[in-house]
Design a binder for this molecule. Structure first.
Ligand code: ADP
Length: 301
C-alpha cells in the first residue's frame, strides 16, 4: 500500500517508527509536511500538491498533526479524505479531540466517567464556580496548556480564587476540576487501536509533584489494567470517533475517570515502557481496515 504520514519531521521518534513498520511490512511510506502541502479544492478532480508535484493517491494517511497546526493539518487531511484515502483517524475526530470542552461534553453525554469539571471564561461568581465542582482542593487548568504547563493544584479556597483571578486577567479559558487525590500523582495512558487497548503504562509523578507528565520528570512503567479501565478507554476512543487514541485515565475511588483523549499519541514512551511494537500494530490495523472512500464523518462539521 502507499501510505502517507502527515508529519512535520521524519526524524521524530513516532514518525521514524511508523516509516520502519511500513517498510518492514512491505508498504511504501511517504512523509508529507502538511504545512507545505497545497490543494486544489474546487476542481472536479481534487488534488494535493507538495514541492511542485501532484501527490499520488494514497491508500491510507497516518495523521501526526501537532496541536499548534490543527487547523491547517486537518484541512489537508480532509482533502485526502475527499480524494478517497483512508485516514487512520478522521479529520473531524481530530478537530473534536483538540477541543477539551467539546470532548468532555461528548464523553459526559455518553456516560464515560470524568472528574467533576467546570469551564469558565470570565465568571462573575468564582465562589459559585468553586462550589459547583465540590470546592478545594482542586485543579485549575489553562485550556491551551500541554505537557502539564498551566495545570495548577490549588489546595485551599483562597489559592483557587487567586489562581482563577490570575488566569482571568490573562483572558484565558480555564477548566476547574475536582482533584483526584487517590490517584497519588499517577495516571494511566492506554493506547487504543481499533476496539482494543494494546498497551498501557502508568506514569508516576516525582515525589512532591502531582503532575505525572514525563516532561515534568515523571517515570513510566508497564501496568496491568482492570476490565473496567479497559472498557472505559475503548469507549472513550469510540465516542471521540478515533481508531487510534491515547486515553489518559485517573484511578479514583469511584472507578476510572478519563482525563484526556489524545488523537496523535506519542509512541516513544509507551513502546519503551511496554517493549511493544505499537508502530507495527498500527500498520496492521490499516492493512485490515483501509478501504477507499470510507470516511464516515465526511461532511459533518
Ligand atoms: P496536560 O494535557 O498539559 O498534560 P493534564 O490535564 O494531562 O495536562 O494534567 C497533567 C497531569 O496532572 C496529569 O497527567 C495528572 O497526573 C495530573 N492531573 C491532572 N488533572 C488532575 C486531577 N483532576 N486530579 C489529579 N491529578 C490530575
Amino acid at each position: 500500500m502507499k501510505i502517507a504520514i502527515l508529519s512535520r519531521n521524519r526524524k521524530l521518534y513516532s514518525t521514524r517508527r511508523l516509516i520502519e513498520a511500513c517498510e518492514q511490512r512491505g508498504h511504501e511510506p511517504m512523509v508529507i509536511d502538511a504545512l507545505r502541502t497545497y490543494m486544489d479544492v474546487v476542481s472536479s478532480k481534487p488534488e494535493a500538491h507538495f514541492k511542485g508535484e501532484v501527490l499520488p493517491y494514497f491508500d491510507a494517511i497516518i495523521p501526526r498533526i501537532g496541536a499548534s497546526i490543527t487547523f491547517y493539518g486537518t484541512a489537508v487531511l480532509r482533502q485526502f479524505e475527499v480524494m478517497g484515502s483512508f485516514p487512520l483517524n478522521e479529520s473531524v475526530a481530530i478537530s473534536r479531540s483538540r477541543d477539551k470542552l467539546r470532548s468532555l461534553q461528548l464523553l459526559s453525554r455518553k456516560g464515560v466517567g470524568l472528574p467533576n469539571t467546570g469551564f469558565a471564561n470570565s465568571p462573575d461568581d468564582i465562589q459559585d464556580l468553586l462550589k459547583m465542582v465540590g470546592g478545594a482542593p482542586l485543579v485549575v487548568k489553562l485550556l491551551e496548556g500541554t505537557q502539564g504547563i498551566g495545570v495548577v493544584l490549588a489546595e485551599t479556597k483562597k489559592a483557587a480564587e487567586s489562581v482563577i483571578e490570575a488566569f482571568m486577567g490573562l483572558k484565558a479559558n480555564i477548566l476547574v476540576q475536582e482533584y483526584i487525590k487517590e490517584a497519588s500523582g499517577a495516571d494511566i495512558r492506554c493506547l487504543v487501536i481499533g476496539k482494543k487497548v494494546v498497551a498501557a503504562m502508568k506514569r508516576q509523578a516525582q515525589p512532591g509533584e502531582f503532575r505525572s507528565n514525563l516532561h515534568r520528570g515523571g517515570s513510566a512503567e508497564i501496568i496491568k489494567i482492570s476490565p473496567a479501565e479497559r472498557a472505559t478507554a475503548v469507549k472513550a476512543a469510540k465516542v471521540m470517533g478515533l481508531n487510534v487514541a491515547g486515553v489518559d485515565l485517573l484511578r479514583s475511588a469511584r472507578g476510572p475517570l478519563v482525563m484526556e483523549v489524545n488523537s496523535s499519541p506519542g509512541l516513544r514512551g509507551i513502546e519503551e515502557a511496554t517493549g511493544k511494537d505499537i508502530a507495527s500494530m498500527i500498520i496492521e490495523f490499516i492493512e485490515k481496515t483501509a478501504k477507499p472512500h470510507k470516511t464516515r464523518t465526511k461532511g459533518k462539521g
